[in-house]
Ligand binder design. Structure first.
Ligand code: 2F8
Ligand code: CA
Length: 280
């Protein structure tokens, strides 16, 4: 049985081998094989051409890209140059503008200060004008109510040199004492010589005189506006005690000629008026 099977198989194999060799050597089938070979070659040539074409395309693209990159680099570099130049122009114009702004700030500051000073001086002048108006009005009234003294009017006054002196019998503040003198056509006494100082000392009275530093601390002025030159301050005076003493008083009972002291103007004291007659 086994032998039979082997024999069959061998037969079959033999047939197959015969079939195959018969197929290869069939003369009818040879033109087909040649066409296939040609096709394969044609395909290979086409493939090769395609590869070459692809390579050329890639090279062209690469060259174009390189050129484009160069062009872009040039554009970027020229833009960068322009921007740098523009930035420099802008920073120099910023510097100029900053300087201009600072100058304007300074001149604005100066102008503000000037304006404030002008405002102040305008205020002061307005105040001065108003005071002068009041004084002028007061003077007019004084002249109407108390016309200037004649020699006869002054008969009761003490005469020394070319002046007449009135010593009050009541006490008043410095301002009111002065006003009283003015109403009498005189003013508080101005002492401008040693002889006059000696004359008043002989009266031996504690009296206001026409000297004050009320306008400016430490700057003593007589009532006619003249500065103090010949001084007869008591030792240690004027001391502006408690920062409140702006009016001068003539002290009595002193051994020396230095008899003056500064006192608060609101104190009430006797006073001396001096009238100087106009020279005829
Ligand atoms: O010692 C001088 C001093 O004496 C007094 O002050 C304590 C006088 N003041 C009054 O009288 C208000 C000062 O004027 C004077 O300088
Ligand atoms: Ca004093």
């Amino acid at each position: 049985m086994e032998e039979e099977v082997y024999a069959n198989v061998s037969n079959l194999e033999l047939e197959e081998i015969q079939d195959t060799s018969t197929k290869r050597t069939t003369p009818d089938q040879q033109p087909d094989d040649r066409t296939g070979g040609r096709r394969s070659r044609l395909a290979a040539v086409c493939l090769g051409l395609l590869c070459v074409l692809l390579l050329i395309t890639i090279i062209v693209i690469c060259v174009r890209n390189v050129k484009e990159k160069e062009a872009m680099d040039q554009t970027i570099s020229s833009l960068s140059k322009n921007l740098t130049a523009e930035r420099e122009t802008l920073s120099s114009s910023i510097m100029t503008l900053t300087e201009e702004r600072d100058q304007l700030k300074n001149s604005n500051k100066d102008l503000t200060e000037e304006r404030d000073q002008l405002k102040n001086s305008n205020k002061n002048l307005t105040e001065e004008r108003d005071q002068l108006k009041i004084l002028t009005e007061q003077k007019k009234k004084d002249q109407q109510n108390h016309p200037k003294h004649t020699v006869n009017d002054l008969a009761s006054w003490k005469k020394f040199g070319s002046s007449h002196y009135y010593i009050s019998t009541e006490a008043k503040t410095w301002d009111k004492a002065r006003q009283n003198c003015r109403e009498r056509g005189a003013d508080l006494v101005i002492i401008n010589s040693k002889e006059e100082q000696e004359f008043i000392k002989r009266e031996n009275k504690y009296v206001w005189i026409g000297l004050s530093d009320a306008d400016e601390e430490g700057v003593w002025k007589w009532v006619d506006g003249s500065p103090l030159t010949t001084k007869y301050w008591n030792t240690g005076e004027p001391n502006d005690y408690a920062k409140a003493e702006d009016c001068a008083v003539f002290k009595d009972g002193k051994d020396t000629l230095e008899t003056w002291n500064d006192l608060p103007c609101c104190y009430e004291n006797l006073w001396i008026c001096e009238a100087t007659l106009p020279s005829s």
